[in-house]
Every structure is written in C-alpha cells, then in structure tokens.
Design a protein around this ligand. Structure first.
Ligand code: GDP
Ligand code: CA
Length: 327
C-alpha cells in the first residue's frame, strides 16, 4: 500500500512520526505500507550563501532522531559557534537561528545543488544519513518562495520573504496577501506526480493550510493531480477550538479571509465532490459540532499531539477513515 502525505514543518513532522509508529503496530496490509511525503519548499531561504530548507529538515530530523525535541525544529545538542562568529563580524541577518550542526546540512545541500544535483536528489542523499523511514520529496526542484505583502508605515505595500515576516517580525504586521513566487512556472517533479498517481491514500497532516499545504497546492499540476487522484484524501485540522495549536497559523488564515476554525479550514480546502480536495476530515472533539462542507465525511478525535502515542492515534484515525472511504 502506498500512502502519501503533504507536509510543512512541525505539525507535519509530528503527524508523520505518529503515522510510522501506527503502521508499525498494525498487523494487516498497511503494516508494510510505504509513506511518501511531499514537502513544502516555499519557506526555503538562502542565508550566508547557504540554501536552507526548514520544512524538509524538520521532517528529516524529526523522523531521523536528530530533532531538538522541545523546540520542534533544528538539531538536538546544538552549538552556535558559527553564528557567534558571524555576529562578531556584524554580518546580518541575526534573526534566523543557524546552529553549527544544522549548518553542516546546509553546506552539504548547497554544495550538491551547485554541483548540479536536483533538490530531490540532494534530499534523498541527506536522508540516506538520517533514514527517516519515509521517501521525502520536495514539492518541486524549481525555486518557489512565499512572499508576504504587508503595509509599511505610510500605508504602501511591501513584500517580505516569508521568513522575514514569520521569524523576524513574528507576523506582527497583518498580511495583506501571500504570493508564491515561482509557483506558476515551477514544475512538479515526475516523482511527485507518480506518487500521487500510485497512492492508495492521501493524507493532509495538521500543517499550516496556507503557507505549508497551500504552498504545495500552488505548484502547477499538484493540486489538479490530487483533486483527480483515485485515492481518498483525508485531512487533519490544525485548528482546535478556534486557535492554532502551535505557531501563528491564524495570522495566515485571516490574511485571506478564512475563519480560524476547523470548519473554516475544511471549507478552504473544499469537498472533492465540489472540485475541492477533501473526502474526509478529522476535527478535535471540542469541534465535533462544527460542520465540514457537504460531501466531506467528518469525524472527531483528540487532536493534540503531545506524545508520539497521541500522534499515532491521530494518524491511525486518518488511515481508518481513508480505508472506509475507499470502499
Ligand atoms: P511549520 O512549517 O513548522 O509551521 O509546521 P506545519 O505547517 O507543518 O504545522 C504548523 C501547524 O501545525 C499549525 O497550524 C498548528 O496549529 C499545527 N499543529 C501543531 N501542533 C499540533 C497538534 O498537536 N495538533 C494539531 N491538530 N495541530 C497542530
Ligand atoms: Ca514551514
């Protein structure tokens, strides 16, 4: 059986770790399922000449056992000698944390990209060290960058790289618009399109619906391939009781007029029978009385991923729902 999942960083990675745990405990045909992850690369940024892919790395480190567990991103046991030295030279930027161990990953990636490897092949090479237990595919080998339009003090529109808005400004200025630079011209990779075609189940983890999963759907061809896939598509709400669990996803939803609620996100994805994406939708128990669009089968479960067991139970519930929808 082939499972594919679209994923951003923290929410995606925790869900995927649960999914692998869940599959390992099954004794049916799903116990040997392969998991292919289509990772968001629109948060990627070049810093100090190094190509940084935060979402791919969060997944790779989380599933490979190298994540800073409490933080949810970056390496465990990290040191910051390089950053300290750069600061002593007063070389900006100083707002994006790059630890020494993490920098090694970015050096390897940048070196391989410069030598002509595709991001897909570079990611596979990095994963040969981390053995994440999934196949990690960047959504595209072409550069795509999320830019955020905000207003400056004079009320003029100004576009920032997503990381400048999210990390440096902590999303303080309301986003007017998200622009996925390069997405319309970018090509999905053959590996991504093959994975969608061969999938038995498509899962949408509780990743940010706008800048993580939304960015992946912007790549020309991926959204269409998913909407017409034969596999059922089941999503997990990243919003519990009207608030994002971690992070500032509400700042992204508000920008494009989507209510910060489980049903707001479901409505944004839309029902597959109406040209949207979802066949099934998992909401938190406190959101059980909210409604998904007509044609989307909704179920409620505890959706807080505090422990790996919690995440495994959530992943199991998505798979059970998908299996029912396949019949
Ligand atoms: P990022 O790229 O690191 O921001 O991570 P993602 O896009 O993968 O995930 C961010 C989303 O995960 C946020 O919208 C959170 O609301 C959601 N999230 C984080 N932890 C949990 C959790 O325990 N349960 C649920 N349901 N959603 C979560
Ligand atoms: Ca991200």
């Amino acid at each position: 059986m082939e499972i594919i999942a679209l994923a951003g960083g923290i929410g995606g990675a925790r869900f995927l770790r649960g999914l692998l745990g869940h599959l390992g405990n099954r004794d049916d045909e799903w116990s040997t399922a392969t998991v292919t992850v289509i990772g968001n690369t629109a948060d990627d940024i070049t810093l100090f000449g190094l190509r940084v892919c935060p979402d791919l790395d969060t997944i790779m480190y989380t599933l490979g056992g190298g994540i800073h567990e409490a933080q949810g991103w970056g390496r465990d046991g990290e040191t910051f000698s390089v950053s300290t030295e750069l600061a002593a030279y007063e070389v900006p930027p100083d707002w994006f944390t790059l630890g020494d161990r993490d920098i090694a990953t970015h050096i390897v990636r940048t070196q391989m990209l410069r030598a002509g490897w595709s991001l897909t092949d570079v990611t596979a090479a990095l994963c040969s060290r981390w053995q994440p237990g999934i196949r990690l595919l960047p959504m595209s080998d072409d550069p795509i960058e999320t830019h955020v339009v905000v207003l400056d003090d004079a009320g003029a529109r100004e576009a920032l790289h997503f990381q400048e808005w999210w990390v440096r400004e902590q999303a303080r200025r309301p986003a007017q618009e998200f622009v996925f630079l390069g997405a319309a011209e970018a090509k999905p990779t053959p590996a991504v399109l093959d994975a969608v075609r061969e999938a038995d189940v498509v899962l949408l983890p509780p990743s940010n619906p706008i800048v993580s999963i939304g960015a992946i759907l912007q790549v020309a061809g991926i959204g269409d391939a998913l909407r017409s896939a034969s596999a059922p598509v089941v999503g997990v709400s990243p919003i519990i009781g009207g608030a994002p669990v971690r992070g500032m996803a509400d700042a992204c939803l508000a920008a494009i007029g989507v209510e910060t609620s489980a049903s707001g996100v479901a409505g944004h994805y839309g029902a597959r029978i109406a040209g949207g994406l979802l066949d099934g939708w998992l909401v938190a128990e406190e959101d059980a009385s909210t409604s998904a669009p007509a044609g989307v089968f909704q179920r409620s479960r505890p959706l807080l991923m505090t422990t790996e067991e919690d995440a495994a139970a959530i992943a199991g519930a998505t798979l059970d729902l998908a299996v029912e929808l396949r019949r």
